[in-house]
Design a protein. Structure first.
Length: 216
């Protein structure tokens, strides 16, 4: 049976910065973009993927030159906590174990002119509440994201597909002060996972999501 996947913002992947993963005695691994001051932490043992892994999974014929060019624009780190992890699993939101990603995207001039809260959420909450979306979405939380120097939204929503699979997605999307860089953090899984079996892990991950830059 097909699993549901989250409606991602329709902006193309693009990104800047450097990446590091560090492991400590605390039982967590730390995901950082040092150039932009982005920080997140996930438990040790969760499998991590970078943009190269994603690009190769979507186009097995991609050349090294194309990969290098795309990698210069894309900063993406996905994670899958399952016992049988995969790149595709990063986007499988109705699974029984948490998975998700951190993404930083440098917007083009056209994208900056069009970007708004609806586009960075990936859906219109009013349309979702009135059943005007392709997938059934129930908005559980929709509030301003609290990062000094940035503006955006923290959203938690339940998404159901035509097969009845349900995913709970916790998403934070913020823009810098000039709306030229989009920061996106998502983590999700099925309702039992999100509300009960992995609730504390997910809450700790969401609480760790930090931007230490000035947003300018």
């Amino acid at each position: 049976m097909a699993r549901s996947r989250v409606l991602l913002p329709p902006l193309v992947l693009g990104v800047l910065g450097t990446f590091a993963v560090g492991c400590g005695a605390s039982g967590y691994q730390y995901v950082e973009n040092e150039d932009l001051g982005v920080f997140a932490r996930v438990p040790d043992g969760w499998t991590m993927y970078d943009e190269g892994d994603v690009l190769r999974s979507t186009d097995e014929n991609i050349t090294d030159i194309e990969l290098e060019q795309l990698s210069n624009r894309v900063w993406f780190r996905g994670f899958d906590s399952s016992d049988d992890p995969s790149v595709d699993g990063v986007f499988d939101w109705s699974a029984a174990e948490p998975r998700g990603f951190v993404r930083i995207q440098q917007l083009s001039m056209t994208e900056r002119e069009q970007v708004n809260l609806t586009s960075i959420r990936g859906f219109d909450p009013l349309a979702a509440m009135t059943g005007q979306t392709d997938n059934q979405i129930e908005v559980l939380v929709d509030e301003p994201a609290d990062f000094e120097g940035y503006h955006g939204v923290h959203t938690v929503f339940a998404q159901s597909d035509s097969d009845g699979q349900v995913a709970i997605v916790d998403q934070t999307a913020v823009l810098d002060s000039t709306s030229s860089v989009l920061f996106l953090f998502l983590v999700g899984c099925e309702p039992e996972c999100y509300d009960h079996s992995h609730h504390d892990e997910i809450a700790a991950i969401v609480d760790s999501w930090t931007i230490q830059g000035e947003g300018t």
